[in-house]
Every structure is written in C-alpha cells, then in structure tokens.
Design a protein around this ligand. Sequence first.
Ligand SMILES: Nc1ncnc2c1ncn2[C@@H]1O[C@H](COP(=O)(O)OP(=O)(O)OP(=O)(O)O)[C@@H](O)[C@H]1O
Ligand SMILES: [Mg+2]
Length: 231
Amino acid sequence: MNAVNIEKLIFSWAGQQPTLDIPAWQIKQGETVLLRGPSGSGKSTLLSLLAGINTPQSGHLHLFDTAFSSLSGRQRDRYRADNIGYIFQQFNLLPYLSALDNALLACQFSKKRQQRIAKQGSSAENTAIEMLQRLGLSSEQIQQAAHTLSVGQQQRVAAARALLGAPKLLIADEPTSALDAEHRDTFIQLLLELSSQNNTTVIFVTHDAALSPYFDKHVELNELNQAGAKP
Ligand SMILES: Nc1ncnc2c1ncn2[C@@H]1O[C@H](COP(=O)(O)OP(=O)(O)OP(=O)(O)O)[C@@H](O)[C@H]1O
Ligand SMILES: [Mg+2]
C-alpha cells in the first residue's frame, strides 16, 4: 500500500504564484524518506499539506486508504490526531507542562492512539515514560517543565509526543538542526527504530547531508516540484 499518493497537486499561498505543483509522488508504507531542498523551496509547505494543516487548491492527496484532500476540516483534524505524528521545526511544546505531560498530549486527543497502547498491555503514561527514558531523559527531567530543558532534550520530548500511540505516518521538519553530531546520530537512530517497530512511514526534512545513510529514499523537492523548476 502507498502511505502517500499525490497526483497533480497544486498549492498557492494567498495571492501568490503556486509554491507547489507536483504532478505525481508516492511513498510506500513503512518507507523512510529524507526530503531536501533549498530554503524557501516549499518543504514545510508540503509537510503542512501532508498533515492536513493546509489543503491543496487542486489535485489529489491520498494517505493510506483515505482520500485525505477530500475530507472536511473536522475529518482531517480527526485523521491527523489518530494517524499522524508531527515534529515541528520549533518543537511547539507547552512550556509550563512537564516533559511527560507534553509527551502525553497527542494521545489525549485520540482514542485510537490510546487503544493501540492498551493493546500492547501498557498505559499511556508508562509507555511515555519508557520512551522518554530510551530517548535519554532522566526520571527527574521527565517531570521537569519543558522550558527548563535543553533544546536537545525538548526535541526528544517532541519526538516522544509524535510517536506515542503508534501513528501510521511521522512527519519531521528539521528536528536535528540544534544538535551536535553525536546527539543527532543517536536521536535519528532511535527515532527510526521506534518508527520501524510500529511500521510507521517517516518523512523527514533536513539540510544535513550526514543523515542520508539512515533513510531508504532521498528526495529533492525541486525534482518533484514543477513550481520550483522555473529559473
Ligand atoms: N504562512 C505562509 N503564508 C504565506 N506564504 C508562506 C507561508 N509559509 C511559507 N510561505 C512561503 O512559501 C514559500 C515556501 O516556504 P517554506 O516554509 O515551505 O520553505 P522551506 O523549504 O520549508 O524553507 P526552510 O528550509 O527555510 O524551512 C516561501 O516563499 C514562503 O515565503
Ligand atoms: Mg521549512
């Protein structure tokens, strides 16, 4: 099955020429894809369409067996909550909530995520604690307010939040840009290990060429995107 199937997708920000014009693009279920492209080429815009935060003006966007771009706004919100983990360029943690409560946020809005955790015989809280510990946070740090954590620690909390409850699709927008080489490698290895345990499809945006070996596929946005191909 395809995790992502795009046909003739066009997206323009209000009053602008199209940012994205993608004739076709497929990603297979379980694949890990590194998406690259110059600053301003539309990577974050494409991710926002894949997450249903924005919708294309024309064309088709299928996620798994769902005609995602034909859903109502409410249905898309529901689908995202249940099936998509998103790690933002700026992690979007709630600063005064603890690391643990931040990690639990996505699950609170999705019965499906809670059910998937229950099936594995654990509680959301215990699964979150275990995941945060595997990502290298201490028991104390797990209880600390997010704003008191280092950038690298906050990023791992954002990863735990995105992955908790086994989403079908993980979307990550440059989550390693603030990390040194050693932390970056550990982080990406764990992220991909946790994803592969759940057969989660991964789309990961980065400028960092050193991350290439970790991914099944490498995609240059400008090769997909005819709007970007103009001189
Ligand atoms: N909310 C928005 N409203 C209007 N235009 C936007 C908005 N977000 C992005 N754009 C425009 O869309 C184009 C693509 O931006 P986008 O953020 O998708 O690029 P990017 O490839 O993610 O860049 P970077 O590598 O710097 O993160 C840019 O020209 C930008 O100005
Ligand atoms: Mg971006």
